[in-house]
Design a protein around this ligand. Sequence first.
Ligand SMILES: [Zn+2]
Length: 253
Amino acid sequence: MKLTILGCSGSIPGPDSPSSGYLLESGGTRIVLDLGNGTLGALQRFIDPFALDALFFSHLHPDHCADFGALAVLRRYHPNPPEHARLPVIAPANAPERFAALYAPNAEEQAETDLSDVFEFIPTPAEPVRIGPFEVQAMPVAHLCEAWGFRVAAEGKVLAYTGDTGPCPQLAELAANADVLLSEASWADFPDAPDGVHLSGRQAAEVAKTAEARRLLLTHVVPWADGNAILAEAEAVFDGPAELVAADRTYEI
Ligand SMILES: [Zn+2]
């Protein structure tokens, strides 16, 4: 499968990257994990957004879902939309209301907004979701709201994506023997870092080491953090290959 980084800037868009968004392709099937601020523009550089087969959201903070409103405009108002089915959207159960708020300008229109004409909303299930060659297993992680990591299998390979999370026991299962762990590493270690929010570079590497992942891709570095320091503390823990991802980069998994 092929991974394309649509955006990797943590918490807000940065000068060099949109917020979080990841395109995965396998055998002509395309899915996206998260669609943060600026990622719909990036997506259009790689594929026709109408050719997307499913969209998964780790959680509903703006840096992971803000461009859903823009995607709704595209799918509703493109003058010549290609033939397409409703797009499956796998997301926390409150997504229809949350996305109506992204789309509508005021409370009255928000209450009347029903985007189910172009989207099929599926509350994130405990069972795997199959989309073409992809099998996507969601696992709950520890963040400030309902949040999920995704373990994505295709072509005999596994990508584990943490979404946003603090350290939690589920991460070892999420990343177990994964070919790639795409892990958030929002900041470098600091004393008294809050629980259940984000991972440091060291903590991301500890997940990779414990889970025996083969490769560590670090993402969601906030623009005010030192990415090289985050990478250095990860490399001190994890023996395998580790790197900071960058917008528009692609990886064969
Ligand atoms: Zn985030």
